[in-house]
Design a protein around this ligand. Structure first.
Ligand SMILES: [Zn+2]
Ligand SMILES: [Zn+2]
Length: 256
């Protein structure tokens, strides 16, 4: 399987990542990546960029070393309502919005509260991709998430860093394994993300790929195989924004 897209990477602007846009793009190019998401953390993460950082992303070139760059954000879900730490104006202008739960930025809750926060974010059409559901910090109903991903056609990430980093590795592996099996069962759309915090991890998916093989996720479910497929999805996702209505969103969730 040829993987040509990495939508989840961090630069020094995140405060706890250690490479520049240029270094990440060069590393991506060497790995054969054609489409690169530049998704530094949302402002609630300690050390993350302030909002003006996101205002100025338009100065970046569309392409570096033959790699198309998608400037975006990995927004923080901040509460049980699935709200984000990025004002609407930024959600409207950025080319790629990832969202996930992070310690410090989210209070933590019961399995039900965490699942609700994640599902409500998934119903928000301004969010393109839901990230690292397998991180061990917050317990969630992973089957519900995989099922919702398939019903709503919102890709959920298999995060290479959750599988590769040492802390909490066993629990992360168990969680990632569970959700990957559910995503295989429901045929949910899948994105593999490196979540690179240093250039040498950009486009690195070996642990995620191993999990894909173990759990029977099909190649067809994985969007990373084609930049065109990802870009088409993003266009289609943006069309859904016109239908966004928070009241119907709550209604849809209550009957989900
Ligand atoms: Zn980070
Ligand atoms: Zn994250």
């Amino acid at each position: 399987m040829e993987l040509l897209v990495d939508l989840h990477t961090h630069t020094i602007a995140s405060g706890h990542a250690y490479s520049t846009v240029t270094e990440n793009a060069l590393a991506a190019s060497r790995r054969g990546i054609k489409l690169l998401g530049m998704t530094d953390h949302g402002p609630k993460m300690p050390g993350a960029p302030h909002l003006f950082h996101f205002d100025n992303l338009s100065i970046l070139p569309d392409e570096l070393y033959g790699v198309k760059i998608l400037p975006g954000v990995e927004a923080n879900i901040t509460n049980y309502e699935g709200d984000l730490d990025m004002p609407m104006r930024y959600l409207e202008q950025l080319k790629l919005i990832l969202a996930g739960l992070h310690p410090i930025c989210y209070p933590g809750g019961t399995c039900e509260q965490n699942t609700q926060a994640y599902l409500k974010a998934m119903l928000n059409p301004y969010i393109d991709i839901m990230v690292h559901p397998g991180r061990p910090d917050f317990e969630m109903d992973l089957e519900k998430i995989a099922h919702a991903s398939a019903l709503l056609n919102v890709p959920v990430e298999v995060n290479n860093s959750s599988l590769a980093t040492i802390s909490g590795k066993d629990r992360a592996r168990n969680n990632c394994n569970s959700i990957a099996r559910y995503m295989s069962k429901y045929k949910s759309p899948v994105i593999l993300g490196s979540d690179a915090h240093f250039w040498d991890r950009v486009g690195e998916f070996s642990e995620a790929l191993e999990l894909v093989r173990e759990t029977g996720i099909s190649e067809q479910q994985i969007l990373n195989t084609s930049p065109e497929r990802v870009l088409d999805y993003l266009v289609e996702r943006r069309k859904r924004r016109t239908e966004f209505n928070p009241i119907s969103l709550k209604y849809r969730l209550s009957i989900a």
